[in-house]
Design a protein around this ligand. Structure first.
Ligand code: AMP
Length: 537
């Protein structure tokens, strides 16, 4: 029997239109390069997006063309986020931390027609100009007043570009919900980066999902600060969800550390902030030594890498702030799981609760997940047996852009994440490793993530990364890299002592394999670059 429901198209222009109709007075705030605060309303945002859509059209951008961005989190970047897909073009966020050869590959693979770039980052692109096959146009997103000559020849200033476009009172164009609205490339540590193409429908559904209070809980009453960059995995979809709901949106610009970030959280009375563990680790150290009124900040969303238990406990105990642990991937738009405790867990003791909050949580509504072993059989939900996480859902990719290989998918179409998990009886997952980062000692697996979280308990340790080293007798042994906190030192024996409490003797690293270093090399998206670490022995 056919349903009687309308085939209403779930599109980004529909999100934009809602902002204009329902909450035009709500605010979008940006900390600018010179630390001044720029503020305007969603109503003004809408008008500028309409002008930008027209300006893009006049610059020759047609539906389906790729409109790239290369910038930090600020209101102009948000305008491009909405203008490009609302006129049928495809928003392509380029990761500003990519290595030059990857950047060239991605710009050429996506065939970007125009690139909106922050002036401070434009030198990176100008150095690569001769290698871009389809000569893109450039628009510089910083303020005109703040501009010295940009190193990109023929680049136009954003506000000048906007002047070419007219505002329009006509309805927004109708777009097919299944058409491409945006694309991102994965930061794969091996081989070329792979493109993922989102649709209007997938973005719309993902936005609704992360607005659920059991998920990230983005809603009108919240003031949301995404530290997670707009150039990586759509800033976890937060910009779209905020425009959909009218949440006050606060952008940190390039001010991501210490005092600048803490004072923005305080001044703008931010209630939800989102970022990777390394950002919150630095903030935590800063807050321990300096005093701010963060009484409005109730939730810090952490994802991208595992949130250590010590961090979750520290923020709760010292500042009363809840860490909300989420897992996702570029291939999932990106949110797949969010860890909140259920009402049925309310009588658990504190330590049990904390232990659970350090897991990545159950699948959000809309995503299905399973764990499978090497033979493709489902692993038991016992919280112990590891298996590869596979997922499916309306905002999970079914293929990579221009890449017919199906090796990342099961025969029945589930996406193989490459993450190793356990799943417990409550359906909460815990990521124990990336498949390729597990350490096999005497035929048994050691989770590098588990060892890292234990090492963090040792005195003076700021960051820890564990990788496998080949060993004639044990097969592989763990090598532990540790970075000391500012002004502190690390005693290797005390690191070993902490590990002895949680690991069997045969799992322990040798004392000489505990290495104190100044900094752990990071990938373009701020994760520990274990490939580089492995080259150090
Ligand atoms: P990306 O596509 O660059 O965002 O990277 C996705 C990968 O980051 C996942 O496959 C995981 O390996 C890792 N990841 C994301 N969130 C978490 C988390 N909460 N805990 C552990 N690993 C995570």
């Amino acid at each position: 029997m056919k349903s009687t429901m309308m085939n209403y198209q779930l599109t980004i222009p529909a999100i934009l239109q809602r902002a204009k109709e329902i909450h035009p007075e709500k605010q979008i705030v940006t900390k600018m390069n010179d630390e001044s605060i720029h503020r305007y309303s969603y109503g003004e945002f809408y008008t500028r997006v309409r002008r930008l859509m027209d300006a893009l059209q006049k610059a020759g951008i047609k539906p389906g063309d790729r409109v790239a961005t290369f910038g930090m989190n600020h209101y102009r970047h948000l305008e491009v986020y909405f203008a490009a897909p609302s006129m049928g073009a495809v928003l392509h966020t380029l990761n500003v931390r990519l290595f030059p050869e990857q950047l060239v590959y991605i710009v050429n693979d996506a065939e970007d027609s125009i690139i909106f770039v922050d002036k401070s980052l434009s030198k990176t692109l100008s150095d690569l100009l001769s290698q871009f096959k389809k000569k893109p146009k450039f628009v510089i997103m910083d303020d005109l007043e703040a501009m010295e000559a940009a190193p990109l020849a023929d680049a136009i200033d954003y506000e000048e570009f906007l002047k070419n476009g007219n505002d329009s009172s006509l309805p927004l164009p109708e777009v097919d919900e299944n058409k491409a609205s945006g694309m991102c490339y994965t930061s794969g540590t091996t081989g070329n980066p792979k493109g993922v193409v989102y649709s209007h429908r997938s973005v719309y559904l993902h936005s609704m999902s992360i607005c659920m209070s059991d998920s990230l809980g983005v809603c009108e009453k919240e003031t949301v600060l995404p530290v997670v960059p707009m150039f990586h995995a759509n800033a976890w979809g937060i910009p779209f969800a905020c425009v959909m709901t009218g949440a006050t949106l606060v952008f940190p610009g390039k001010h991501l550390l210490g005092h600048a970030l803490a004072s923005l959280l305080e001044q703008e009375k931010v209630s939800i902030a989102a970022g990777v563990p390394t950002i919150w680790n630095v903030l935590y150290q800063h807050l321990k030594k300096n005093s701010y009124d963060l009484s409005k900040l109730h939730t810090m969303i952490v994802g991208g890498s595992a949130a250590p238990l010590s961090m979750i406990e520290g923020f709760k105990k010292d500042f009363g702030i809840q860490i909300l642990h989420a897992w996702g991937m570029t291939e999932l738009s990106p949110v797949g799981t969010v860890c909140r405790l259920r009402t049925t867990m309310k009588d658990w003791n504190e330590s049990e609760k904390m232990h659970f909050l350090a897991k990545q949580g159950p699948a959000v509504a809309g995503v299905e997940l399973r764990g499978i072993d090497d033979q493709g059989r489902d692993i038991p939900k016992d919280g112990k047996t590891p298996g590869e996480l596979i997922v499916r859902g309306p905002w999970v990719t079914v293929e990579y852009y221009g890449n017919p290989s199906q090796e990342s998918f099961t025969e029945d179409g589930w996406f193989k994440t490459g993450d190793v998990v356990t799943i417990d009886e409550h359906s909460y997952i815990q990521i124990t490793d990336r498949k390729k980062d597990l350490i096999k000692t005497r035929g048994e697996w050691i989770s590098s993530v588990e060892m890292e979280s234990q090492v963090l308990k040792a005195s003076g340790v700021l960051e820890a990364a564990v990788v496998a080293k080949p060993d004639e007798i044990r097969g592989e042994v763990p090598v532990v890299f540790v970075v000391p906190k500012e002004g502190e030192s690390i005693d290797k024996k005390s690191v070993l002592g902490v590990l002895k409490e949680n690991f069997a003797n045969w799992q322990l690293p040798n004392l000489e394999d505990i290495q104190v270093i100044d900094v752990i090399p990071k990938t373009s998206v701020g994760k520990f670059d274990k490939k580089v670490l492995r080259t150090r022995f």
